[in-house]
Design a protein around this ligand. Structure first.
Ligand code: HEC
Ligand code: HEC
Length: 246
């Protein structure tokens, strides 16, 4: 008899906790995801629930701490540097929902990095003309100069002309090489490197072979609340200052 009462009590407590979580998730979905400071309790709730989801679904590529993997071209989610958008919760949420270059009609897929070392016609874009290895080297010296690193001056000037001229790099990465977050073209002037360590060799590979990183879409796998919770968690690890889970 006493045992039955314990079971019933445990069930009732479990049901109450479940209902409470469901209610908070509904509040979370109704809230403006970027009005973060308005409701710290809700924010903490989301970050706490987002972390285990991140560990299960995202850590395999982005790493348990979200630091990414430059060998595989997986971005660091903690550095405050964003390929797409400005790192608002809504921006992050959209990436999680539809992915990048993934099999979903709403995925982010507005540009790929063409392979300039390939002969014509370039499968990625017939308008892209191949570059000779020496021209790619000149472009690299130009990029190093833009980053404030040591570069061969004559080669960098030739590279600058190619960049803003025939090679067409400016079209995606902008004339000042600071990139374009509307199409996922990275800033080439900062110390943040998506592929490799920023060395001449790594830059050469990106330009010669092209790049097209893929992040899966999660709208078929995670609930709407789960996606928002994961987005809050990613936001929290990229804004450590003044934003804690507890
Ligand atoms: C199969 C590996 C893989 C998995 C799993 C994965 N990602 Fe990604 N993610 C990537 C890659 C690669 C990119 C970079 C795409 C590119 O080059 O544009 C990326 C990009 C992103 C970006 C954009 C970062 C920026 O700088 O703009 C966000 C945000 C992101 N992922 C979040 C997530 C979250 C959250 C999950 C789990 C729900 C997840 N990813 C799961 C591989 C993965
Ligand atoms: C059609 C648009 C487009 C053009 C033109 C283009 N890029 Fe890119 N580039 C991209 C995109 C998009 C990425 C990111 C690819 C990814 O996320 O997988 C990229 C990535 C890169 C990277 C890797 C950056 C990193 O952080 O690892 C380098 C280097 C680069 N581009 C240099 C160039 C140079 C030099 C040119 C001209 C010869 C050029 N790009 C032309 C779109 C373009």
């Amino acid at each position: 008899m006493r045992f039955t009462i314990v079971i019933i009590l445990a069930f009732l407590i479990g049901a109450a906790v479940f209902a409470e979580i469901g209610q908070t998730e509904r509040r979370l979905l109704r809230a403006d995801p970027d009005a973060l400071t308005a409701d710290p309790d809700l924010r903490r709730f989301a970050v706490r629930r987002g972390q285990p989801l991140f560990l299960v679904h995202c850590a395999v590529c982005h790493g348990a701490a979200g630091a990414g993997d430059r060998i595989k071209g997986v971005p660091d989610l903690t550095d405050g540097d964003w390929l797409y958008g400005g790192g608002r919760v809504a921006d992050i949420e959209r990436i999680i929902e539809y992915g990048i270059r993934f099999r979903h009609p709403k995925t982010w897929s507005l540009a790929v990095m063409p392979a300039y070392g390939q002969p014509q016609p370039n499968p990625a874009d017939p308008n892209i003309h191949p570059l000779a290895p020496g021209q790619i080297d000149d472009l690299i010296e130009f990029l190093l100069r833009q980053q404030g690193r040591e570069a061969n001056a004559a080669a960098a000037s030739r590279g600058a002309a190619l960049y803003a001229g025939d090679a067409g790099c400016y079209d995606c990465h902008a004339l000042d090489a600071k990139g374009d977050a509307a199409i996922g073209a990275p800033n080439l002037t900062d110390a943040v490197s998506l592929y490799g360590d920023g060395s001449r060799e790594a830059l050469f590979l990106s330009i010669a072979q092209g790049r097209q990183g893929v992040c899966p879409a999660w709208i078929m796998t995670l609930s709407a609340a789960g996606i928002r919770e994961t987005a809050f968690y990613v936001y929290s690890i990229s804004h450590r200052e003044g934003f804690h889970a507890d």
